[in-house]
Design a protein around this ligand. Structure first.
Ligand code: NAI
Ligand code: 15L
Length: 269
């Protein structure tokens, strides 16, 4: 596969999309932007919903690859998750298939495995083939997205790297995030590796920096050529002084998904 140049970035108005709009052009990508929310200062951005199949098809026409970030990024009602994340991701893959785009980078989430107990110091890292244990309808939609990606590879030859992102923000803001943080710079490095690695088929990777307190195994990400440069440990003294270490007796600290696991469900679904 020739190295992709033109990349559709869905969810370009969001937090991660805004960070990647700033960082990915330095790798030589020409970004086409897509979001239901208008983006100030970006007159060429496509403002459309993932439910708009025609707009999606036009958006993917002629691009070399797609980074799919658009969707609901936290727990919500099943109906909203169904429309944006499940049907929306299906619509995106159908457009990709119809227009012959070869590669998708899918923003999955740690919440696809959110019910997995978080490793205690000395425990083995969580492997990428750990059984999925979604912690929310949101996590369930990411689990669906990974299966959809596998299906579109097996059935249609569309390649995907599913990135189970930990927490990608400017800085970690909690002790949990010391384990799962992905710096924006490492996020761009990982997306670049996911866009350019050869023969990925459908590959699932964890998305985080090389954190001292890492919970999961980055080897599949590294196999794409990803070399993380950052470590959240520089923020540890401050965060631990403020919040204390994670407490094995605290249910909010017991699982990978943190409070997503323990938050009361959003009834009615
Ligand atoms: P965000 O909520 O800031 O951005 C999501 C964007 O998607 C928003 O701009 C929103 O307008 C757009 N969007 C939502 N529904 C849409 C629809 N139906 N049609 C078109 N656009 C729609 O989320 P963030 O943090 O930027 O995350 C981006 C992606 O990465 C999401 O898929 C999220 O689930 C995933 N992710 C992010 C993590 C993080 O730490 N930021 C961690 C794990 C996964
Ligand atoms: C996610 O999947 C969310 O999109 C993000 O906002 C954070 O909550 C992140 O997971 C996390 O687990 O910290």
């Amino acid at each position: 596969m020739p190295a992709p140049r033109t990349v559709l970035l869905t969810g370009a108005a969001g937090g991660l999309g805004t960070l990647m709009r700033g960082l990915l052009p330095a790798y030589g990508y020409e970004l086409r932007l897509f979001d239901v929310t208008p983006i100030e200062g970006e007159p060429d951005a496509i403002t459309a919903d993932l439910g708009d199949k025609e707009a999606l098809r036009e958006a993917v026409r002629g691009v070399d690859a797609v980074i799919h970030l658009a969707g609901i990024s936290l727990e919500s009602s099943f109906e909203k998750i169904l429309r944006a994340n499940i049907e929306g991701t299906y619509n995106l893959y159908e457009a990709v298939r119809e227009e012959g785009v070869g590669r998708v980078v899918f923003a999955s989430s740690n919440h696809a495995i959110g019910y997995t107990p978080r490793p205690l110091p000395g425990d083995p890292l969580i492997p990428v083939d750990t059984p999925r244990r979604p912690d929310t309808f949101y996590g369930l939609s990411k689990s669906f997205g990974e299966d959809l990606a596998q299906f579109y590879w097996d059935e249609h030859g569309v390649e995907t790297v599913s990135v189970r992102i930990g927490s990608c923000f400017m800085e970690p803001t909690s002790v949990r995030m010391l384990s799962v943080w992905m710096s924006p710079g490492d996020g761009a490095r990982l997306f670049h590796a996911a866009l350019t690695a050869e023969d990925v088929g459908h590959t699932v990777v964890y998305g985080s920096s090389a954190n001292t307190r890492l919970w999961w195994d980055l080897s599949t990400a590294r196999s794409l050529g990803y070399e993380p440069q950052d470590d959240s440990e520089q923020y540890a003294d401050t965060l631990v002084a403020e919040q204390g270490e994670l407490d094995p007796e605290n249910p909010d600290h017991a699982h990978v998904g943190g409070h997503f696991v323990t938050d009361p469900p959003l009834w009615p679904h």
